[in-house]
Design a protein around this ligand. Structure first.
Ligand SMILES: [Zn+2]
Length: 301
């Protein structure tokens, strides 16, 4: 049973000018008051920190477009003919406060009218573990040369991560990049060499060196190169600000600019970068927010 937010009835008028500047004279403008119900549901039923979320909207009237704003980020809704619903992908950041958050919907009607409505979604707090790790000292206390490299690589990542377009390059559910056991959960608070603390922003999967790594879904490769922390690093842009990141690879099978299909081998796993043992680290990013890859894989699109 899907959770249903309250139905929202919205008043709107056909004149955008009067909506923007109601203090001006309304003489000569046509006004029509209408009612539009936007029925909102979402999956998973109880979003927590790190959850990817699919929002589904069933409007009472035909729309020409629907966009959303959630956590100050755009949601690009797409109409599904079979269900008569508009579906949009979003996520909940690991740092998002628990409690009630707003989802603002903006719909365009065939007559040009714009309808906005505000809906509330409750975020619950996920509990994550804490662990201590030991890595070579150069990863916790990098020297000046390494710091310069790290800064350069941060700029490259920023550029790659900044891409947010409305088109969706993925289709269907996301699949695991390697079929092996989980050795590190998303959200774990980690202490490196008793000093540096960070939250694990991805999922670690056991993978011996040379294991083929598959793209979790279709998209475009935006980065494929060696980096200090990430080692052999591939980033796939799936569109709408959704990306998957694959780290510690020993070999690449793709380059930046390549289009990939779900299941396509993008590289071989390894032990490059900041690792304690060979494994694949996979991260999921949505518009600057890291999401739990396990939850994304479990989500039915
Ligand atoms: Zn990891």
């Amino acid at each position: 049973m899907k959770q249903i937010a309250f139905l929202i009835t919205v008043l709107f008028c056909t004149s955008t000018l009067s909506a923007l500047a109601p203090q001006r004279s309304l003489v000569g403008q046509s006004h029509r008051i209408s009612r539009v119900d936007m029925q909102l549901t979402w999956e998973p039923r109880d979003p927590v920190n790190g959850s990817p979320v699919i929002y589904r909207v069933k409007p009472s009237v035909e729309l020409t477009s629907l966009t959303g704003k959630w956590q100050n980020r755009p949601i690009f809704f797409e109409f599904d003919q079979a269900s008569g619903m508009w579906n949009g992908f979003a996520g909940v950041g690991i740092d998002a406060a628990q409690g009630v958050h707003d989802l603002i919907l903006t719909a365009k009607l065939p007559n040009g009218a714009v309808v906005t409505s505000t809906h509330t979604v409750t975020i619950r707090k996920a509990t994550y573990r804490s662990i201590a790790l030991r890595v070579p000292q150069r990863y916790t206390e990098p020297d000046a040369e390494t710091l310069a490299r790290i800064r350069q690589e941060q700029a490259l990542k920023k550029e790659a991560f900044n891409r947010v377009g409305p088109s969706r390059l993925w289709s269907g559910s996301f699949k695991t990049p390697v079929d092996d056991i989980i050795t590190g959960q998303f959200g774990t608070e980690r202490t490196f060499n008793r000093r540096r603390q960070s939250v694990h922003q991805g999922l670690d999967l056991r993978a011996s060196i040379g294991t083929p790594i598959a793209a979790m879904n279709g998209g475009e490769v935006v980065l494929a190169r060696e980096m200090f922390y990430e080692g052999g690093f591939v980033v796939i842009d799936h569109g709408q600000g959704l990306m998957t990141l694959y780290m510690h690879l020993s070999e690449f099978r793709v380059k930046a600019g390549d289009r990939v299909n779900q299941g396509q081998i993008i590289g071989l796993s390894g032990n490059t970068g900041r690792v304690t043992a060979p494994h694949l680290h996979v991260s999921v990013r949505w518009q600057g927010i890291y999401l739990d890859p396990q939850k994304l894989i479990g989500l039915a699109f």
